[in-house]
Ligand binder design. Structure first.
Ligand code: NAP
Length: 313
């Protein structure tokens, strides 16, 4: 990721900032906690102390921390399970962000929230821009869209970053599933007709930090100039099948994994409870233009994750 460095942190020295991170045990939450360490006093809360399905607990936590910046990386992310738990997905992905936006408005905090490429139906041939009409194909996407809309409606100093195909060295993700299955199966059938941008938790966390730092330094102007919705993904695009090929091309050398034969299949031949968009590539032009922040190409971001796994294996 490349970034423009802020000159100063107007009004607050970094040490005096209070940063509240929710979803601290998740892929992104963990990286945010790592990247924001030293940026201020970080309170990193996981489900046990900040349950997004418990509104009173959430409100009490925000009021006691009184954050300058609230980063919400918690979400109901079980895309297929959401089809049978729509109320819970809505409570966590839509209702909780609304409450958090309200609390941030009350205390004047910058609220950073994350959303998903799955707000789109995948039918557009080119990259999706922020002004394209969303039309989620599944409950998860609908719940995340409702969250975006609720947060935008509350207003205030809000940044919503839509990202896609998130993975990293920790947690539950496609890359770690591929590495596990390579040890268990004699061949792997992988969907080849869904295209997106695999994006690492590290790249999102670094980009978030650069943008938050610039916002607090008034580098991007008044809130009405920068607040709102942005797409934030690694550069480039690939199918799940192509991503798996790239993973194994390097994992065989770096992690001594013997890749099984990979078989490309159509998503129609791999039925799942939740439908997924065929094209979920997001344009990052708005992010580039406003913040001059560019996430790495997905290939070099993948290399970073595989190197991190190799260093600890
Ligand atoms: N993963 C993706 O492919 C993807 C794609 C596009 C956008 N996004 C968005 O990116 C953001 C970060 O996702 P991620 O990949 O880091 O997801 P993740 O690894 O699944 O982490 C989500 C975290 O939210 C926590 N959580 C779930 N229910 C909760 C609740 N009721 N109260 C408090 N915490 C709760 C989970 O806690 P437990 O560990 O206790 O379950 C988990 O630690 C989310 O907004 C997600 O929608 C993700």
């Amino acid at each position: 990721m490349s970034e423009r460095r802020p000159k100063n942190l107007a009004g607050n020295s970094p040490g005096s900032l209070r940063i509240l991170i929710l979803g601290a045990a998740g892929q992104l939450g963990r990286e945010l906690a790592h990247n924001f360490a030293g940026f201020g006093t970080v309170t990193a809360a996981a489900r046990a102390t900040a349950d997004l399905a418990a509104p009173d607990q959430l409100r009490a936590l925000v009021r006691s921390v009184q954050p300058n910046v609230l980063l919400n990386a918690a979400a109901y992310t079980a895309v297929d399970r959401a089809e049978s738990e729509p109320e819970l997905a809505h409570a966590i992905n839509a209702e909780a962000p609304r409450i958090l936006a309200e609390e941030c408005l009350r205390c004047g905090a910058l609220f950073v929230h994350y959303s998903t490429d799955y707000v789109f139906d995948g039918r557009k041939p080119g990259p999706w821009v922020e002004t394209d009409a969303p039309n989620p194909l599944n409950v998860y996407g609908a719940s995340k869209l409702a969250g975006e809309q609720a947060v935008e409606k509350i207003g205030g100093r809000v940044l919503i970053f839509r990202t896609s195909w998130v993975y990293g060295p920790h947690g539950r993700n496609f890359l770690l599933t591929m590495l596990r299955l390579a040890r268990e199966r004699t061949s792997l059938s992988i969907v080849d007709n869904q295209t997106g941008a695999p994006t690492t938790s590290m790249e999102i966390a670094r980009a978030t930090r650069a943008i938050v730092s610039g916002v607090l330094a008034s580098q991007f102007g008044a809130p009405q100039e920068w607040r709102g919705l942005y797409h934030m993904t690694c550069a480039g695009a690939v199918s799940w099948f192509g991503f798996a090929q790239a993973i194994f091309a390097r994992a065989s050398a770096l992690l001594s994994i013997k890749p099984p034969p990979l078989i490309p299949i159509a998503s129609e031949n791999y039925p799942t409870p939740a439908a997924r968009p065929h094209n979920s590539v997001l344009s990052n032009n708005k992010l580039h233009a406003r913040f001059a922040v560019h996430l790495a190409p997905w290939q070099s971001a993948l290399e970073e994750v595989l190197q991190a796994l190799a260093a600890t294996s």
